[in-house]
Write a new protein. Structure first.
Length: 93
């Protein structure tokens, strides 16, 4: 499940920021917002793909959602510490 795995990696970066009453760091907040955008756009992409399989319609929205998800992912990965990215790569093997 993409959402579960992606949230697990993101939770490692965010840690418990704010859970103890403290304020999360700015980059943690930005990363959390980017993570939510990725999850939303990925869900939009999945729904559009299901629609296209059934209806064989115009693919413009499919490409729009894919581009949006890829842009958000690039922004998100740019915020993560390199050690977190390495850890995620190992988890995918």
């Amino acid at each position: 499940n993409f959402k579960k795995a992606f949230n697990q990696v993101g939770d490692n970066f965010a840690g418990n920021a704010g859970a103890d009453g403290g304020t999360p760091k700015n980059e943690q907040t930005v990363a959390y917002m980017a993570r939510n955008e990725i999850l939303t756009r990925t869900e939009d992409l999945r729904a559009e793909l299901e629609y296209l399989i059934k209806n064989e319609d115009d693919t413009a929205d499919l490409y729009k959602y894919a581009d949006s998800a890829a842009t958000a992912m690039g922004r998100y990965l740019g915020l993560l510490p390199p050690a977190e990215i390495d850890q995620a790569r190992l988890a995918l093997r």
